[in-house]
Design a protein around this ligand. Structure first.
Ligand code: GLV
Ligand code: MG
Length: 356
């Protein structure tokens, strides 16, 4: 095995590129709203969405027709140059590394709008070698374009090999910002027998035992979550690396109820956000990925009751200790980060009164 000094992980990969970050800032990213920059109608709506969503993402990959790849890239350069994004982050999803478009995507975007671009989402990541490739290219292009701060990398988990390598992917570079589940490509790559973009499937279930041996009798069925294993694995890999996990696309735009369920499962398991494919999904994501008033009320009550944070107390018949306090602090810290950019949430959280 060849060794690399720990110090060298934080040296730029090209002369003149900005130094890598030592920590990924916790910037709210509850909804990553996808738009197609080659679609003039969609592109025209982007400036008005600034401030209404945490992340706007110009998509160049799947869902953009091959004939429109150049128009999408150029459209994104135009939108980014003409728009002041204020508190909203600007991300892009580049074409996959085995496509003929990705090199021009990176060269054009980094040299022309590199200072506006926060994160580059890389699809179909297979292993750490894919991250290393983009890492070095970004450094070279940042140096060429005079970009002042490092552009971060977000990987989509959408190949079987990528899932097998998720820990190495998460740890592949100080640029790694986070990972999203890509349920549509992942299902195809694994040869799952579904035909949907995210969400559950009525055939994936367990059934209550027969009553009195009557196997054809009335037996409750419980639908299971197809994505539980992958999301849990992704959350652990991200937590280990100090980066952020996300749900991905939920394709049934009309089923806002099931979308909310999937997003909430992901939130409870540790994800910080999800993709939005339609403005309807932004509202759901903003609500689901913000701690509820009830949770913050309880969390603050535990923080107060636990004093210096050690020992145990009883609240409403339940034991609270150092570890339950730490869980509460996750929610309290998240609420503070979100309140800093979301005045409506701030008002809600500020109005909470704690009982003893
Ligand atoms: C997203 O890109 C997916 O394939 O689900
Ligand atoms: Mg995909």
């Amino acid at each position: 095995m060849s060794h690399k000094s720990p110090k060298d992980f934080f040296a730029p990969l090209a002369v003149g590129a900005p130094a890598p970050l030592r920590e990924i800032p916790a910037r709210p990213s509850r909804a990553i709203h996808f738009f197609d920059p080659s679609n003039p109608k969609m592109a025209a709506k982007v400036p008005a969405m600034v401030g209404t969503v945490d992340v706007l993402l110009g998509n160049l990959e799947d869902a953009v027709k091959a004939d429109n790849k150049v128009a999408a890239r150029e459209g994104l350069v135009k939108i980014a140059s003409e728009t002041d994004f204020g508190p909203t982050q600007l991300w892009t999803r580049i074409n996959s590394l085995d496509s003929p478009w990705v090199l021009d995507d990176l060269i054009t975007l980094v040299t022309e709008i590199g200072d506006k671009l926060d994160v580059v989402m890389v699809p179909k990541v297979q292993g750490p070698e894919d991250i290393h490739y983009v890492d070095r290219l970004l450094a070279q292009l940042e140096a060429k374009g005079g970009v002042q701060r490092p552009i971060l990398i977000h990987a989509i988990l959408e190949t079987a090999r990528g899932v097998a390598n998720v820990e190495e992917i998460a740890l592949a570079s100080p640029r790694m910002q986070g990972i999203s589940l890509g349920p549509a490509d992942l299902a195809a790559d694994r040869k799952m027998k579904t035909t949907r973009v995210g969400g559950g499937h009525p055939g994936y279930l367990v059934r209550q035992d027969p009553v009195d041996g009557d196997i054809h009798g009335n037996r409750t069925v419980f639908q299971q979550d197809l994505w539980h294993y992958t999301i849990a694995k992704m959350v652990d890999a991200c937590a280990e690396a100090g980066i952020y996990p996300y749900y991905g696309p939920f394709g049934d735009i009309t089923d806002v109820v099931a979308a909310e369920d999937q997003f909430r499962n992901a939130f409870l398991l540790g994800c910080v956000g999800t993709w939005s494919l339609h403005p309807k999904q932004i509202e759901i994501a903003n609500r689901v990925f913000s701690p509820s008033v009830e949770d913050i009320k309880h969390a603050r009550r535990v923080v107060k009751a636990m004093g210096d944070g050690t020992g145990a107390v009883m609240l409403d018949g339940k034991m609270e200790d150092d570890a339950s306090l730490k869980q509460c602090l996750v929610l309290v810290d998240l609420a503070e980060e979100l309140a800093a950019i979301d005045p409506k949430l701030k008002e809600l959280y500020d109005a909470i009164e704690i009982e003893d």
